[in-house]
Design a binder for this molecule. Sequence first.
Ligand SMILES: Cc1ncc(COP(=O)(O)O)c(C=O)c1O
Length: 390
Amino acid sequence: MKKYDFDEIINRNGTGALKTDALEERFGSADLIPLWVADMDFRCCDPVVEALKKRCDEGIFGYSVTPECYLQSILNWLQTRHRWAVEKDWVSYIPGVVKGIAFAVMHFTRPSDKIIIQPPVYHPFRIVPTLHNRQLVLNPLIERNGHYTMDLEGLRRVIDSDCRLLILANPHNPIGITWDKKTLQELAKICAENNILVISDEIHSDLAIFGHEHIPFATVSKEAAQNSITLMAPSKTFNIAGIVSSYAIIPNQAIRESFYNFLKASELNEGTIFAYTATTAAYNAGGEWLRQMLEYVEGNIRFVDEYLKKNIPQIKAVLPQASFLLWLDCRELKLSQKNLVMLFKDRAGLALNDGEMFGTDGIGFMRMNVGSPRSILKKALNQLCAQIQK
Ligand SMILES: Cc1ncc(COP(=O)(O)O)c(C=O)c1O
């Protein structure tokens, strides 16, 4: 069995990677260690690279059909990895999870309808409805000593008859929570009772770590299955976000027909040959790479956590149950958000996500992407430590 080398340092500068090549534009300096946008600095698994090379060698890139083996690879993956028996008709290609959210907003709501999100949460959940002139309703997570729960009582309080959609991050980004079955069941019940469709963004679903389990929202109850659209992708899992391959799963026939007809009307359900090829190869043959990668990421999280405890105890890592994003609680530094961002960026030379971009509940926090070789994380932490000790 091949042992993948996640310590390998790959220079992404000048390759057009958002993570490196947008540093100047987004952070005002190109000379920062990039630990922000959620893709990893690890080389993709061999089966995907080989399948794409084989495709290229054909030298013909004409229109394609949706291959049967592509759909079958998704069904097998969901069954074996998430014990979810999905029917082929329920699945449709979509050109991105955020775009899928936007399409659901456009199709199922009208301007001035209300959409519920639970911050601190992935910023497009706020940006997409806002730019489509929908009203946001916030139901913040409850935080106690770095432990987060969903505020189901709060949800009942904020709902009114204008609420149409709830966008769920399952697992949660930026905090990395794998929501438990009871929470999801209660959420499904509240949303069904109030006629609120749940858009469950499960892009981080394959990345459960430290023995935690991802539970697909649609599997927790009949109400959940019949009142949800699940959005998934191999993009975070296999580090292929640039290939743009995502899909929706809708068990409810009426919702499915309505949404998929909307997609078809603009041919938004048609994938590219590279998307079909990469997804099929990843799901059919990428499992071992994923196992090794998650083991490495767990090691990285432990490394950062131990480093902080030993050297920078004012910053605490909120240990994620899924994915490669680490929510850093910096409140004990007692800095304004502006000064906190300055500490990381201008003084320590690091590009992390400012916690406030995920909502005001993210003030006092930073999000660190640990999907990088450990030596880079070590260098970044040393730079941070040196500044804090100054
Ligand atoms: C929760 C969540 N949803 C969606 C995305 C982006 O998905 P896509 O690139 O398919 O739009 C991300 C990327 O970071 C994410 O964290």
